[in-house]
Design a protein around this ligand. Structure first.
Ligand code: SAM
Length: 231
């Protein structure tokens, strides 16, 4: 799906990346051979934008709040992208964005939205409860309203299809192996804390136990990619 999204933009075309962070979407496009795109990175964190800008010299850096969809600069934009963002956003936000993109005839590629599924090898009895509570936490308000969380792929597809987009969804699981123990351990802390905050006191202890076995564990964190084409 990444290749299909990347093919929608001509060399030198402008891509607006929402919630760009340090520019991981652009790095993924570059890794699939698209090095000559003009990136417009949009985020509310100027420090992350500076890092993105240091890696893409021609990029435009825009500090702003995604809440104001009407203020997004879409002039000259051939494609709007987002990575690991849709699950943080409310359904109303996706509707507002979809309406603007539909009006302008701009396609939308949203990669790596968390889909609510997590699995570890070897398993622990608390994995299911932690996942359920983490998923609850994912639906909390991240600043713009109740987030879609694990439903973000399916619900965004429904919204965008309703607005007349041709929408494709694809599973895009993220696997953390024994060679990514440090990243895995960091992730476990975040999951445990979120599960605890969502009402599972054992979440913190679970993270500690899993951290102790991280060098011999694997994790699968389910994600969905979405491509919406204005028909
Ligand atoms: C989970 S990170 C994803 C970053 C990057 N796209 C990636 O895949 O690594 C979400 C990003 O959205 C930004 N963000 C969250 N809420 C925002 C808002 N209301 N306005 C602008 N940026 C926001 C954060 O600063 C962060 O960089």
């Amino acid at each position: 799906m990444l290749t299909q999204a990347a093919a929608l933009v001509d060399e030198g075309g402008i891509v607006l990346d929402l919630g760009s962070g340090t520019g991981s979407t652009a790095r993924a496009f570059r890794a699939c051979g698209r090095e000559q795109l003009l990136w417009r990175f949009f985020d509310n964190d100027p420090e992350l934008l500076d890092i993105a800008g240091s890696q893409f010299a021609q990029a435009e850096l825009v500090v702003g709040n995604l809440a104001d969809v009407d203020a997004l600069m879409l002039d000259g934009v051939a494609l709007v992208t987002a990575s690991a963002l849709l699950d943080l956003m409310p359904r109303d936000w996706v509707t507002a964005l979809g309406k603007r993109l539909r009006q302008e005839g701009i396609p939308f590629y949203a990669a790596l939205s968390y889909d609510g599924k997590m699995r570890w090898t070897p398993p622990l009895p608390q994995d299911k409860a932690v996942t359920a509570h983490f998923n609850l936490h994912q639906c909390s308000d991240k600043g713009i309203g109740g987030a879609l969380g694990p439903e973000s792929g399916a619900q965004s597809a429904e919204v965008l299809r309703g607005l007349g987009f041709d929408v494709k969804l694809a599973d895009s699981p993220w696997t953390l192996g024994t060679d990514q123990a440090a990243l895995h351990a960091e992730l476990l802390d975040g999951i445990g804390t979120a599960a605890t905050e969502a009402g599972l006191p054992e979440g913190t202890e679970w993270a500690k136990t899993r951290r102790a076995m991280v060098k011999n564990s694997q994790a699968m964190i389910g994600h969905t990619d979405l491509l919406a084409l204005p028909s």
